[in-house]
Design a protein around this ligand. Structure first.
Ligand code: NAD
Length: 372
């Protein structure tokens, strides 16, 4: 409680600087973990120093509980650059050949895998075997079989496996989940998830089946899959799906451009979703219940997220997603904190089972039953 009191005192002292910080904002910061308790820091090595790895590293500068202490990269020039930027000692720098040696490094508690999708399985399992906790980017793997192997390997090594589901800590998202749980929206009947962007460079790994594992569904459609589950608050029992392709040259076989899919939930609620690499400005969630609705647009971008419900606009403050995520994950790993919506390997595995079923439904044209 001490740290909470200290924080509130500091907050009171800073009212001049942040005159708009309302009691609602404070409550929200408490809920989302921006008021994580003091405690030992989670010392993290980032693997894959690409565009998202860089975003995470920058966001971690403002973390209270997570600290960047190591890097793993195949490009020596990037390592040198990160060393000077983030003050990382030589002994905490690894490449993809030698990173198993991280097991002898007491300065690193966890490895954050931010490499292309097809490499997640190997990278997570090797980090786990080295005795380190693992945070893995979405999609956790290429399919449920791989995902299960990763969950099993982390269990066997007695380390935690978390997935980089940053929206699970986003204040407006959490407010809608609270409203749904407390019955303010009534019985949930319908969810719509639209996730897409127009992808550029045709040579990038996201358009290579062997590295991406698929197309838009693996990369961006997963936000609607995951969102449908945390918004409706149930696990789907069936899926149907249809694929359309307008540019077979850019989107080769096995790389989906656009997939529409529908999910059915045990209560009778349904979700209708669209995943695409061909449209910009497509980032919208809509949840409808018998008593009310909630919508987010944008719903899963880096923010600020915007939204409203039948009661009015959502006003929870924007906080850098990756900063909150990493502080929360530090508390999950170090203190055993339970997040509002799980971010563990089993959670990542559930999305992979749905992805497998969507691809199966596209192929067969039939309704695919799911047990998650
Ligand atoms: P990127 O291409 O910018 O970076 C990938 C990094 O992996 C690069 O540094 C690259 O050098 C390295 N790499 C190692 N082995 C490689 C190989 N064999 N081929 C290609 N690159 C290799 O990609 P990114 O956008 O940073 O995405 C990385 C991961 O992060 C993906 O799984 C992606 O889905 C995920 N991601 C998550 C979010 C989010 O909001 N949670 C956002 C963007 C990306």
């Amino acid at each position: 409680m001490n740290s909470r009191r200290n924080f509130l005192q500091k907050l009171a002292a800073s009212v001049v600087t942040f005159p708009l910080l309302s009691s609602e904002a404070i409550a929200c910061m408490e809920q989302t973990g921006s008021m994580v308790q003091d405690g030992p820091p989670l010392r993290v090595a980032i693997m894959g120093l690409g565009s998202y790895g860089t975003r995470v590293a920058e966001a971690m500068k403002d973390c209270k509980r997570a600290r960047l202490t190591g890097v793993i990269s195949g490009t020596p020039a990037k390592i040198t650059n990160w060393q000077s930027k983030y003050n990382i000692p030589e002994k905490n720098c690894y490449n993809y050949e030698n990173f198993d040696r991280i097991k002898d490094n007491p300065d690193i508690d966890a490895v954050y895998v931010i490499t292309p999708n097809a490499l997640h399985r190997e990278h997570v399992i090797r980090a786990a075997k080295a005795g380190k906790h693992v945070i893995c980017e979405k999609p956790m793997a290429l399919n449920a079989k791989e995902g299960q192997e990763m969950v099993d390997a982390c269990k066997k090594a007695n380390v935690k496996l978390l997935v980089g589901y940053r929206m699970h800590f986003e204040p407006k998202t959490l407010e809608i989940i609270r409203m749904r749980k407390e019955g303010e929206l009534g019985k949930i009947m319908f969810f719509q998830g639209l996730s897409g962007f127009a992808i550029g460079d045709p040579g990038q790994w996201r358009l290579k089946k062997e590295l991406a594992g698929g197309g838009a569904l693996m990369d961006i459609g997963i936000y609607s899959i995951n969102g449908a589950r945390y918004m409706v608050g149930e696990e789907p029992v069936w899926v149907t799906a249809q694929e359309t392709k307008t540019d077979p040259e850019k989107f080769k076989p096995g790389v989906d451009e656009t997939i529409q899919f529908q999910l059915g939930f045990p209560s009778g609620a349904v979700a209708s979703c669209l995943s695409t690499y061909s449209m910009n400005n497509l980032d919208r969630f809509f949840l409808n219940g018998t008593k009310g609705f909630a919508e987010l647009q944008p719903s899963t971008g880096y923010g600020p997220i915007k939204g409203r419900t039948n009661k009015g606009e959502l006003t929870q403050p924007h906080m850098t997603h990756q900063t909150v995520q990493m502080d929360e994950m530090a508390a999950i790993i170090m203190d055993g904190k339970q997040p509002v919506v799980s971010v563990d390997g089993e959670e990542g595995l559930r999305d992979l089972k749905i992805i497998d079923a969507i691809y199966e439904a596209v192929k067969s044209g039939k309704k695919v039953k799911l047990t998650i």
